[in-house]
Design a protein around this ligand. Structure first.
Ligand code: ZN
Length: 244
């Protein structure tokens, strides 16, 4: 068996899987998107962050296995910005459901979906219901939503490719961010409007919020906080405690 308590399915062989399977209590599926994150942040922002959270949780919790990340998401809102590669919510629902069903097939029915992208949530919700109907237990973690109060003690603002996400990427690998190009978008939408042009008016520069305030230190503080919180959430979940 390889060193370290953290277990990535993609790095183990079949014998190791059979051993690990007896020992672990839950499986993490990281999921994100491949979409424009302003002129300053990378397309992988929304999966790089859940990957980092999963890695950090693995360093302190040896009861989990991580399966390969779902790197594409439902990015309809950002679909007009160059380079975005989006799945429909229908397709993503199928992907999450089918990945989950195969985990159930191998008796891995405590499933933790570590999501990094808001557009994925309709699909994740439906897939989680399908999996629950197939006897799985599913915990969905949206780090930027579930812990927004705590995040706002570290960052002054939140947003797509905004201060929080940009800080997180700076903490993962500062060479992936160009802070010289970090923009601000102070548009306040009147509500949730759907038109084919909506991205241009609301999501100017493919960002929301104020990326200029981002820093590596803020990102590191967020990862520390989120790792502890999510790890605690997972412990409750694995013990079958769904209320505090
Ligand atoms: Zn994002």
């Amino acid at each position: 068996m390889k060193e370290g308590c953290f277990m990535y399915l993609e790095k183990m062989n079949m014998n190791e899987f059979n051993e690990v399977k007896k020992r672990i209590k839950g499986v993490i599926i990281p999921i994100g998107s491949t979409e424009a994150h302003g002129p300053h942040c990378p397309y992988g922002t929304d999966y790089l962050i859940p990957n980092e959270i999963a890695k950090r949780i693995g360093e302190i919790n040896d009861s989990l296995m991580v399966v390969p990340t779902i790197n594409y998401g439902a990015s309809w809102d950002l679909g007009h910005f160059p380079g975005t590669i989006s799945l429909s919510s229908e397709t993503l629902t199928k992907i999450v459901t089918e990945v989950g069903k195969d985990l159930i097939k191998w008796d891995l029915d405590n499933i933790i979906i570590l999501n990094g992208h808001g557009g994925n949530n309709p699909a994740i919700r439906i897939a989680s219901q399908h999996l629950a109907d197939n006897k799985a237990k599913v915990l969905v973690v949206n780090w930027w939503l579930d812990y927004q109060q705590e995040i706002l003690k570290i960052c002054q603002s939140k947003g797509h490719a905004g201060e929080d996400e940009t800080s997180a990427v700076l903490a993962i690998d500062s060479s992936l961010v160009n802070m010289d190009l970090a923009p601000t978008n102070k548009n306040t939408p009147i509500g949730k409007v759907y038109t084919s042009e909506i991205a241009y008016s609301v999501l100017e520069n493919a960002i929301t919020g104020d990326a200029t305030k981002a820093s590596k230190e803020k990102g590191l503080a967020m990862f520390e906080m989120v790792t502890d919180k999510v790890n605690e959430q997972i412990k409750y979940f694995l013990e079958g405690k769904y209320v505090k």
